[in-house]
Design a protein around this ligand. Structure first.
Ligand code: ADP
Ligand code: MG
Length: 698
């Protein structure tokens, strides 16, 4: 039938009205027109028919067709909300937050009422919430509390092509939950089936369909204008620098190149640059801001809009605002803009060809963040972002030869990252046989074994693989097992207050900010907080001083080059973790200035991330003799203590350890007898392990 759009979603059943405190706002005409102009709109009836007929439906379409924003609304308007909550999972928190915001506007509700979001450390839903955008990780957590996910009537696994670890786990969990909920409840007689919708931006849906008993696959035709692709002649040493030059060239091209057509000249069109992370984005932002005042006469204004997950929400929303007439936006994004977020107005894409990716080394059992080449599929997606509304151009900052050699698609996370957390969660849900679990694609046996070993060394599971009391506690924290173990260890060492603060700080990307041209001043100010006891204690000092600054927080942050918004977030995370501790009756105790206790707690969780100083002033990891260095941003970069513990390893051309504390070598066997007790403390192999860093980078 014909679809009529409800102008005001007030025409709801009466019982709804009674609870309806806020009436929805009038929906602007342009929003209604925009919704109806999306390709998904014409597929609405077909979609609803399939939802009705099949327990599981797979939807494939180009980015920007309207899947994420519209399909949940169709379900909402067609009775599904009366059977339970409609959940839409997203691999990234930024997407969950910003899309729910958009959808609540489209429907004329306040965010957090009928439409809300739920991401780690931030839940904006209430008892009225019917459309719930959430990270895939949060839904896995919910399954730990209610293994039937009974409050959900429909669960949409969005961005399934990304194949994140959590989405892959959800595939398995939802399949078994759906099966269980197909039947009437044996005692209550309640019939509460679960509908599963899988949405993906790439065409290889066969795997999904087979997994779900040949579920139907619906293709929605998107709109795609031609995009002209340019490659570099030579391989670029520094793609940030190459991106800078490319952006500026695009921006002023119309001044010299008369061949650029009139339409392109007049409305310009925005530029989208793909980089790998916050550091690069902020770096390019600085470089651009530096060059903008010196643009030639006749050039338009250039507005720089960064977007990455650690960016405060208000600033994230800036990328969606239209650039004022006579100006142009340049958006600097991580691969969040590849398929998760649709940004209108893009005509040019600049593609670094790189992405940050978590890689698990099953030899030693830890993850590292590596900057690696993207796949052909990613390159194609990135290019596509330039041709959604008009013809576009894509500048690949690599050679055509390099492109030809890229992998055709990227390896799913489950095959390349640490699954200790997943195992802990599955065991909490009651799934003990990990190797026998019905995964969409199974993790490598070696990595399952290594993760089990890690959990055993962390004392989260016992020898027969069952969860220990400690393991049950660890699973309750919304933290990786290494962090939750550290936290629980800190209770034993009576320093939980300090460890909670440090973990909260480590949960944000950086608490410092370095304005351009003030590097020297920043370094001087940072020295105030410095502690030779390690980066963690330096962070702690910042937090303590921040707390003292009370009513002058803003000024204090400004004076000390501290990011106020990050600090506010840290405080918020800290408060939430304290709540978890209270609910588990774990005492919050301070160790004063006895920081050895803090260090020992961290050894409890991060005993695999340790390294010893070598005569050449570099470090070798204790578990596999790999060469690493302290990252220059660490406060211990100059000091070079004998033994270090680090929280993070980033591998670019070299392996860099971040967030360092000096430790005593003798503590290792004392705190982790399971791992270090039976081994010599300093593993000195005669031949260094050659598989190490080289095999990571290529
Ligand atoms: P898909 O999921 O198929 O990639 P989306 O539902 O994300 O598509 O996007 C559909 C449309 O909604 C796009 O045209 C996009 O520009 C628009 N949109 C999404 N978020 C916002 C926002 N925050 N502000 C304005 N428009 C938005
Ligand atoms: Mg989408």
């Amino acid at each position: 039938g014909k679809f009529e759009l409800k102008k005001k979603p007030t025409q709801q059943p009466n019982n709804d009205k009674i609870n309806n405190i806020k009436t929805p706002m009038e929906i602007p005409k342009e929003i209604i027109l925009q919704k109806e102009s999306l390709p998904v709109f014409s597929a609405k009836d077909a979609l609803l028919k399939n939802f009705k007929e099949h327990p599981t439906v797979i939807i494939i379409s180009e980015t920007g067709t309207g899947k994420t924003t519209q399909i949940p609304q169709y379900l909402y308007e067609n009775g599904y909300k009366d059977k339970g909550i409609i959940a839409i999972t997203q691999p990234r928190r930024v997407a969950a937050v910003s899309i729910s915001k958009r959808v609540s506007q489209e429907m004329g509700y306040e965010l957090g009422e009928e439409v809300g979001y739920c991401v780690r450390f931030d839940d904006k839903t209430n008892e009225k919430t019917k459309l719930k955008y959430m990270t895939d990780g949060m839904l896995v957590r919910e399954a730990m509390l209610d293994s039937s996910l009974s409050k959900y009537s429909v669960i949409i696994l969005d961005e399934a092509h990304e194949r994140t670890l959590n989405t892959d786990v959800l595939f398995g969990l939802l399949k078994s939950i759906q099966k269980r909920r197909e039947k009437k409840h044996p005692i209550s007689g309640v019939y509460n089936p679960l509908k599963i919708i899988i949405m993906s931006a790439t065409l290889d849906a066969e795997l999904f369909s087979q997994y779900f008993n040949n579920a139907p696959v619906l293709y929605i035709e998107g709109r795609q204008f031609p995009v002209h692709i340019y490659y570099t002649e030579e391989t670029q040493k520094d793609y940030v620098d190459a991106a800078l030059i490319t952006v500026l060239q695009i921006h002023i091209a119309h001044l010299t190149d008369k061949s650029i057509d009139k339409e392109e000249q007049e409305d310009g069109g925005d530029i989208l640059v793909f980089l790998t992370g916050r550091d690069e984005i902020e770096n390019l932002e600085k470089l651009l801001l530096d060059r903008i005042p010196r643009l030639p006469k006749g050039a338009k204004d250039l507005i720089v809009c960064p977007i990455f997950s650690a960016l405060p929400q208000e600033q994230q929303m800036k990328v969606f605002e239209k650039a004022p007439k006579g100006s142009r936006k340049v958006i600097l994004a991580t691969n969040i803009a590849e398929t998760s977020l649709t940004i209108n107005g893009i005509r040019y894409v600049v593609d670094s060809g790189a992405v940050k990716s978590k890689i698990f080394n099953p030899k030693i059992g830890i993850d590292s963040l590596n900057i690696i080449p993207i796949s052909k599929a990613s390159a194609k997606q990135r290019t596509g972002r330039a041709g959604r509304e008009f013809e576009g151009k894509c500048y690949r900052l690599y050679t055509q030869n390099t492109f030809e050699k890229l992998d055709s698609s990227s390896i799913p996370e489950i095959k390349r990252s640490n699954i200790a957390n997943v195992i802990l969660q599955l065991k909490t849900i009651g799934i003990n046989d990990i190797l026998g679990f019905d995964f969409l694609e199974s993790p490598p046996v070696a990595s399952v074994m290594k993760s089990l070993e890690l959990l055993y060394c962390l004392e989260a599971i016992s020898e027969d693989g069952s969860l220990t009391e400690l393991g049950k506690k660890m699973a309750l924290f919304p933290l990786d097992p290494m962090y939750s173990k550290t936290l629980i260890k800190s209770i034993e060492f009576e320093c939980s207050e300090e460890v909670l603060i440090i973990i909260s700080i480590l949960s944000v990307e950086s608490i410092f900010f370095t304005p351009k041209e003030k590097k020297k001043e920043v370094e001087d100010v940072k020295k105030i907080f410095f502690s030779p006891e390690g980066d963690h204690i330096t962070f702690l000092n910042v937090f303590r001083e921040f707390q003292k600054s009370k009513s002058q927080q803003q000024q204090w942050c400004f004076d000390h080059f501290i990011n106020l918004k990050s600090m506010v977030k840290v405080v918020n995370v800290f408060e939430q973790l304290i709540k978890y501790c209270f609910s588990l009756k774990l005492p919050i105790v301070s160790c004063g200035s006895d920081f050895d206790r803090v260090k020992k707690s961290f050894i409890g969780g991060f005993f695999l991330n340790t390294a010893i100083l070598q005569p050449d002033k570099k470090y070798k990891t204790m578990v596999d003799n790999k060469e690493i260095q302290i990252h220059p941003t660490s406060f211990l970069f100059e000091q070079k203590p004998q033994h270090i513990l680090y929280n993070e390893l980033t591998i670019t051309t070299k392996a860099f350890a971040r967030n360092i504390i000096p430790i005593e070598g003798s503590w290792l066997a004392e705190i982790c007898p399971k791992y270090y007790g039976t081994r010599p403390q300093q593993q000195q192999k005669s031949t260094p392990n050659q598989t190490s860093i080289d095999s990571f980078t290529n």
